[in-house]
Every structure is written in C-alpha cells, then in structure tokens.
Design a protein around this ligand. Structure first.
Ligand code: PYC
Length: 404
C-alpha cells in the first residue's frame, strides 16, 4: 500500500495554549511568523505565542500577488526593501524549504512624461543605493516581453519602463509555512483559530492578552495584523492613523510559459506575472472605498480585462479561473508603522498597504530587534508611529506598483 496523506509528518504541531508567554504576537501571517522566527533565532527568545483567529497565512500573506522588489522611491524605502530582498534570496536554504523564488525581473511601464520622470527618479535613487534598476526603451521592453503592444496608436502608448532585474515572485504560502516550521522547531507556539478579544493595560503597560480560548499573561504584545490593525491597537488604547480598503486579484487558467518578467502599469492600474504553473496572476490598486469585504467584484474584473488587453491584446481568449480580495491597511504617507507605542510592551508592525508581503523578512528581523533590545534599529527609524505627530512623514506614494 502506498503512502497516504496521514503518513506525512505534520510540519508543526498544535500545542495547548499556555496561560503566560514572554511575547504574544497577534496575527499569524508572514510578519507575525517572521517576527517570532527572528526573535528565536537572533535573540534566543522562544517563549512566544503567535495567535491567529484563522489558519496561518489566511490573510494578506495568502492573498497577495507574491511580487518581490526593492525599486522604491525614498532612500528609506529602497534600503528597507533591499534588505528584505537579500533575506528572501537566502531564505530557501536558511529555512530548508523550497520557496520557489524566481528572480524573473520586474518592469514598471511609463505611459507619459510624468511617468518617465518618476521612473528616472526611481532609477537614480535605486542606483545610489546599489540597487539594480534602470530605465529601458520600448524596443528593449518588446525584447523582454514580446506580447506587449508598444505601438504608438494606443490610448496609453508605452514610452519606457523602469526595469529591475532582481525583482520577481515567490511562492507566498511556502514562505509562511517555512517560517512557521522553523519557528515551531525553536519552541514557538503557533495557536490557530483563536481570536484576540482584548488587551489589558495596567499603569501604562501591557499585562494580558484576552482570547476566546482564555487569557494569557504577558508583558509584550505585538500587533502584526493586516486589516485589523486599528481594531487590535484600539484594544490597547492606541490610535492608528489607518484606513482599510480591499485589494482585488485574479488568476487565469494555465498556459505555456510566455511572460518572463513581472509587468506593471501604474497608469492602467494593473500588474501581471506568470506562475511556474503557467497561470497569469493579475492585481490592481486598492478599491476606491474603505471596507472589510473580501469578496471579488464584477466591476474589478471588467476594469482589469480592459486594461490588461490594452497592454497585451493577444490575451483576449484567456479565461479567468478565480478572483479574490485581501485587506490593506493604508497610512497617510503609504509607509508602514513599526515599533513601540505609548503603551509599554505594546508594539506594532502594521499599515502595510499593498506592500507588506515583500517586506516580511526585514520587518520580522527589525521588529524582533526592537522587541529584544527595546530600541528601533536604524533601518526602521523613519517608520515609527511618532512621525505622525512630529510631521516627518515618509512619502512612498510615488513608488507604489500602481495607484493607491
Ligand atoms: O508594490 O509591488 C507592489 C505591489 C504588488 C502588488 C501590490 N503591490
């Protein structure tokens, strides 16, 4: 008799939740699991519970379009995402888990003079920081992506692109599972299907996390949620300048490989890549309203199809298989909020908009250092909650893959 599903060993087990932990991480997505992993690996802190109201990776970590890149606009953003890409490059061997990182390159198209100016600007900021990124011509684009329409008589002619060879895609579920297994092996408790219902604060510091399965005494609670960032922070009495909007995505039937690069058009609000299985994965900008809905809409698919076909008309016969949505917590300057808060022992790693997945490793590494040493490391200095009162915002709007 052959192997059955039951014969496979579990890659992590479900422990009984204890009534106290040194650190409680709320949110079992990539950020929460990476924070737990680096706390254990880099700082020897293993008495950690990672709690999720669903299964791990059920939120943004499992709903993103798995694009990795570091071609940002601000020096803070470029340095930060470049560190993440470097961590991603070594992650398969570090976690001993095949994450299928494909550095196929990432191309952001420009369709007007303003777009070309932004791409030149980004290329120069990237190059100063040693990030491989340059502006290429329509002919060079056509060579990399033969199916793209670069003719001059389209509504939004392609004038050039920012080309970023180290960018690409990775298997997002595997990243979550790899971090979970490694954290579990070091003693971290992963507690799924358990909802946080309250955070107790006494004399200005965290004392307890309440859940629907019982209470946990702890001095350190970390909000690593997406979609629920402001609701969880409210439980500790900390206000977050965050609004939540859905971001939709869709995937086609599989076809033979023909698209060797991630292609993004900010003007057309669309990005597309081809998976190793041959499907095309599409995404757009966030929906133009705040909502906690994770249902796809027909309006999204109609707009997506129109825009994709104006870039690649030969895709007109392809069929969409599925569509879905995730929740994006947007901050006023489109940069995340990371580090300590006014409540002692309450940390946040939130406000990840549409860019949280690519930041997972560096966010985990930096949050772990913040929690273990009590000091925000240089690489996230600019991302503290205090910037909204000091006015030192980090405006990353221009460097989003598409509009926000
Ligand atoms: O910033 O690269 C990006 C991105 C891709 C999908 C959503 N945001």
């Amino acid at each position: 008799k052959g192997l059955t599903q039951e014969d496979w060993p579990e890659i992590w087990s479900e422990p009984d939740m204890k009534d106290s932990y040194e650190v409680v991480i709320i949110g079992g997505g990539l950020h929460g699991l990476a924070t737990a992993y680096y706390l254990a690996k880099n700082h020897g802190i293993t008495d950690i519970a990672v709690i999720d109201k669903n299964y791990i990776g059920a939120g943004g970590s499992g709903r993103n379009t798995s694009i990795l890149r570091s071609n940002y606009l601000t020096p803070e953003g470029v340095k930060f995402y470049d560190r993440s890409l470097k961590l991603y490059e070594q992650l398969s061997s570090e976690l001993n888990f095949n994450l299928m990182f494909s550095q196929m390159g990432h191309m952001s198209l420009a369709h007007d003079d303003g777009g070309m100016r932004t791409m030149q600007w980004r290329a120069q900021v990237n190059q100063v920081q040693g990030v491989d990124s340059k502006v290429i011509s329509p002919d060079e684009i056509k060579e990399l992506v033969p199916y793209i329409d670069i003719s001059k008589n389209t509504r939004y002619p392609v004038l050039g692109a920012l080309y970023h060879p180290p960018g690409g895609t990775i298997r997002h579920d595997a990243v979550v599972w790899g971090y979970a297994r490694a954290a579990h092996e070091m003693g971290v408790h992963i507690i799924q299907h358990t909802e946080v219902t309250g955070i107790d604060v006494e004399n200005g510091r965290v004392t307890r996390v309440r859940t629907d399965k019982g209470n946990i005494a702890t001095g350190t609670a970390v909000n690593c949620t997406a979609g629920w960032a402001s609701l969880i922070s409210d439980m500790a009495g900390v206000k977050m300048p965050v609004t939540t909007s859905p971001l939709q995505a869709a995937v086609t039937e599989p076809v033979k490989p023909f698209l060797g690069t991630v292609v993004v058009s900010g003007t057309l609000h669309v990005y597309v890549s081809q998976t190793d299985r041959g499907e095309l994965v599409f995404g757009a900008s966030v929906d133009p309203f705040t909502s906690y809905s994770m249902r796809g809409t027909l309006e999204f698919v109609e707009g997506l199809a129109t825009n994709v076909l104006s870039l690649m008309p030969s895709l007109s016969k392809m069929r969409l298989l599925r569509q879905w949505a995730g929740l994006c917590d947007m901050t006023p300057d489109y940069s995340p909020i990371m580090g300590e808060t006014e409540v002692e022992g309450f940390y946040v790693d939130v406000g990840w908009g549409t860019y949280g997945f690519k930041a997972g490793p560096v966010a985990g590494e930096a949050m772990a250092e913040t929690i273990a040493t009590g000091k925000r490391p240089e690489i996230i200095q600019g991302f503290g909650l205090d910037r909204f009162s000091s006015g030192q915002l980090v405006g990353e709007k221009g460097a989003a893959a598409v509009g926000h």
